[in-house]
Design a protein around this ligand. Sequence first.
Ligand code: ZN
Length: 312
Amino acid sequence: MQVVASEFRKRGGHVEEPRRVTDTEVVRIHDADHVSFFGESAGRAAAFDADTFTSPGTYDAVYLAAGAAVSAVDHVLDSGSGARAFALVRPPGHHAERNRAMGFCFFNNIAIAAAHARARGLARVAIVDYDVHHGNGTQWSFYDDPSVLFISSHQYPYYPGTGAAADIGAGQGKGFTVNLPLAAGATDADYELAYAKVALPILTKFRPELILISAGFDAHRDDPLAGMRLTGPYFGHLTSAIVTVADQCCDGRVVAITEGGYDLTGLAASLRASIRALEGEGASFAAPTGESPRGEATIKAVTPYLADHWKL
Ligand code: ZN
């Protein structure tokens, strides 16, 4: 990620070192108990679950990752028309729940960023999560909250097990969680159809004042963890489609925050394409062609649940 950031700087892009998130910003999403329990891991190796470990440096990295997400929101809100930012962070955040670290995640960077945008007075914030895993922590953070739209596309069934088509929010938040579960093996064309028919129309109708992207690249075809078949350029195309909605709804304001991505070559290619898309070079990424049986199955599965809330 440092190589990609330095390429961006060489093109004249502005790169900033992150600040630490404050505990006040973190407790908008996490319990104080979770913050203090996590704090006990500072400077040492600890295990939180079967795949969520710390090294001595994790504690500081977590504070800086969430701080970068919050700073990216501030940058975009304070920089005027069309401002966009990408928080290149590790560890990821979208699995972290109110009171629980899991799935390599300790603090939920994107949920903390969304809560920060709301605290700054925005009425409607949208989160699009294209990481291959369902963003359970983000979903639960805003499940009954109609002011934060959460849209997730993910391999299903798969880790962490949540993200079914029927899960659309609760109470006042009903309809403001949109899950797009996709069968393993989904291609660029499958994603394209699901986004074109469901995700992007809902995102547009919601009229967000800011769009946040959980930019995980583990749906890449070479990723060793998951079973999707997306290409690097498609991440540019998809990110560009989200930018187009932002141009229509919210003065182009987009903040992307990295999540997973475990094939380093695929990660770099996908990240490069997504950064180019945020820079406004969407036209260089061709739309995919071909059959999309998995995308069609997903649309069929989700439409009955969402039809009462959105005209699709
Ligand atoms: Zn992931």
